[in-house]
Design a protein around this ligand. Structure first.
Ligand code: AP5
Ligand code: MG
Length: 216
């Protein structure tokens, strides 16, 4: 099974596309953002440490996220099913550390998928995103609304807005992406691993485009 990094700005669809591909092909989906939010919800030391960075739209320190990723990747499940890394790496030091981790656990990175989406649509997606408090299903108030406002179609749980999806924090997250994460495009392009995928379509059309680009 191929191993992927999904790269792209906030709201590019990394999480949505990871879920769809993992469901179709069985990959282990590793989202550093989801893991950090689960720690915040459980109010662990790690969650408390991460909260101030996340709510400000800033990156959590490299050491903290690297430890999470190493633990998530070094499993038999990942070795048999392959992985999709969603939201990691986000800095060049994180990418170098990932190379070393993959060597150590004897895994190979096959493709880095960059989802390209214009800034206006990113802001619309993020500020309209809603998430189920119980099962984590993701909706959008315009693009993929639930049947009943603020109620999850799948489990009946209530929907909430992520604390970092306010317009001011979204602007800061986009700034941080341009400054700290965009250099990864050149990093992976120079190694022949980068695959650019247009990410502006609606969910199902977007997934079809992704599969076409990956020859799946
Ligand atoms: P994280 O949770 O990873 O946030 P992000 O990278 O900012 O990305 P998002 O999750 O907001 O967007 P997405 O691309 O997954 O889009 P989605 O599929 O939901 O990280 C959060 C924070 O954690 C960071 O700011 C940082 O503080 C910390 N962190 C995480 N990783 C870190 C790291 N490596 N280093 C340091 N700190 C780290 O889609 C968005 C919306 O659009 C949804 O509502 C969806 O339904 C809708 N939508 C509409 N059409 C489509 C379509 N075609 N495809 C996908 N979605 C669509
Ligand atoms: Mg996400």
């Amino acid at each position: 099974m191929a191993n992927y990094v999904f790269l792209g700005p906030p709201g590019a669809g990394k999480g949505t596309m990871s879920e769809m591909l993992a469901e179709r092909d069985g990959h282990v989906h590793v989202s550093t953002g989801d893991i950090l939010r689960a720690e915040m919800k459980a109010d662990t030391d790690l969650g408390q440490q991460a909260r101030s960075y996340i709510d400000a739209g800033h990156l959590v320190p490299d050491e903290v996220v690297a430890a999470i990723v190493t633990k998530a990747l070094d499993t038999d499940e990942v070795r048999t099913r392959g992985f999709i890394l969603d939201g990691y790496p986000r800095t060049v030091p994180q990418a170098k550390r990932l190379d070393a981790t993959l060597d150590a656990v004897k895994l190979q990175l096959d493709r880095v998928v960059l989802f390209e989406v214009g800034q206006e649509l990113l802001i619309k997606r993020l500020t309209g995103r809603r998430i189920c408090r119980e099962c984590g299903a993701v909706y959008h108030v315009c693009f993929t609304p639930p049947k009943q406002a603020d109620v999850c179609d799948k489990c009946g749980g209530s929907l909430y807005q992520r604390s970092d999806d306010s317009p001011e924090t979204v602007r800061e997250r986009l700034r941080v992406y341009h400054e700290q994460t965009e250099p990864l495009i050149a990093y992976y392009e120079s190694r022949g691993l980068l695959l650019r995928v247009p990410g502006h379509q609606r969910k199902h059309a977007g997934f079809a485009v992704l599969c076409e680009h990956l020859h799946l």
